[in-house]
Write a protein that binds this ligand. Structure first.
Ligand code: ASP
Length: 403
């Protein structure tokens, strides 16, 4: 089992590199040729997300037994999410203040996207997005946050129902097991799927030389974000060791999910694999089933770090000096924006509007980031998934101690 998992990991790595090579060399021709393989893989993963998520959350909650226990696990999970997202934002802010990547970047001729400018960004919009009037419709659109809220309520009701609702608890338990089995099959397509996704996306960006030109235009921004993400990634590893009691082996065990996040740029699409890898690592099912689905939509360390870094970068490019107060506002709104971002490609770029509006920066500044966002998105998504995995290890430790 372990050997085949390691082999798969190596193949996935080869898929990433080969995809990068093909996209780099063949440019736009890569998409029509191999993009469909990536799309097939992505669709296979995405089709599992809603049923797996509902089954996992409901059976995770019923597995906890006492609903009061859910309260304590829920509180610790949220504490973990908020603490790590806050640290990520601070790292993002520190990096930009240190490296100052935006200074001297030209801003002339940028225009704001009207859709972004008219986006509603109030706190009430966030609250409203928690509940959907039609849960089937939300599920059909893969709007996961209302689906999770619905599943949590259902899970609590089933747990409180005792004998009368026990058949439902067993149903969702069985559905979860069946879904995880399918994930195991889809996993074998990951090397080819990631190859197709990476090749097609790099090709869409115009291939190697066009991509390199875009990176050079905002080179220091790319360096700042990637180094910030690396620091945070290592910090999460330290938390996994320190609080979660798990070492580098855990990182290797989760690496397949992390690479799939890199390939798909979507925490939600990666969720089935994150759950599978965590289960293989012996994480308590009650932790994987509750912490990971919730984390895939609200715990986004990489996105939070990125939003803070990108907003400060835009301010520097426009020559606007954001003092301590304004940076505090960036801290608060970037945390909120990361929580509000869906686990889909480039969602962070859209919710960044919240942060820009809060500190009064020009929305057209986003134009500076567009060409490289798809690329950085992959690294922040990988950090997001790793953050969820470490959260599962921390809650796993908590559950074992309190059993
Ligand atoms: N793509 C990210 C994710 O799915 C969200 C973002 O930062 O755009 O986790």
């Amino acid at each position: 089992m372990l050997r085949s998992a390691n082999l798969l990991l190596v193949m996935i790595l080869v898929g990433v590199l080969a995809g990068g090579f093909v996209g780099w060399a063949y440019g736009e021709a890569a998409g029509p040729a191999v993009g469909w393989i990536g799309e097939l893989f992505l669709n296979l993963l995405t089709m599992l997300v809603v049923p797996l998520l509902v089954a996992a959350v409901v059976s995770g909650i019923t597995g906890l037994g006492d609903p009061r226990r859910l309260g304590r696990v829920g509180v610790w999970t949220l504490v973990y999410y908020f603490a790590t997202v806050a640290v990520a934002v601070v790292i993002g802010l520190l990096m930009v203040n240190l490296i100052r990547p935006g200074e001297g970047v030209p801003t002339a001729g940028l225009t704001a996207d009207p859709d972004l400018a008219s986006m509603s960004t109030g706190i009430t919009d966030v609250l409203l997005s928690l509940v959907a009037p039609n849960i089937i419709d939300a599920a059909a659109r893969t709007q996961l946050l209302p689906v999770i809220v619905w599943a949590i309520l259902l899970g609590i009701a089933v747990a409180m129902g005792g004998q009368r609702t026990r058949p439902l608890a067993r149903f969702f338990e069985a559905l979860n097991d069946a879904m995880i089995r399918i994930v195991g099959w889809v996993m074998y397509l990951a090397p080819l799927g990631i190859f197709g996704l990476v090749a097609a996306r790099l090709g869409q960006a115009g291939g190697g030389s066009a991509f390199w030109d875009s990176v050079r235009a905002v080179g220091m921004h790319v360096v700042t974000v990637l180094s910030g993400l690396t620091v945070h990634f290592l910090l999460l590893l330290a938390i996994a060791v320190w609080i979660g009691g798990r070492g580098a082996g855990y990182l290797v065990g989760m690496a397949r999910a992390i690479f799939v996040a890199l390939g798909t740029a979507s925490s939600s699409a990666t969720l089935p694999l994150t759950m599978q890898c965590a289960a293989e690592q012996g994480i308590d099912a009650r932790a994987t089933r509750f912490v990971l689905p919730l984390g895939s939509t609200i715990n986004m360390d990489g996105t939070a770090l990125y939003e803070a870094a990108a907003v400060l970068f835009i301010a520097q490019a426009y020559g606007i000096d954001l003092g301590f107060g304004a940076q505090l506002l960036v801290f608060i709104t970037a945390t909120m924006a990361a929580i509000g971002a869906a686990g889909i490609p480039e969602a962070g770029l859209v919710t960044m509007v919240v942060v820009l509006k809060a500190v009064g920066l020009p929305l057209e500044g986003i134009g500076l980031l567009l060409a490289v966002d798809w690329f950085l998105d992959r690294f922040r998504t990988a950090t997001n998934v790793w953050g969820d995995a470490v959260g599962a290890a921390v809650i796993d430790r908590y559950l074992r101690r309190t059993d």
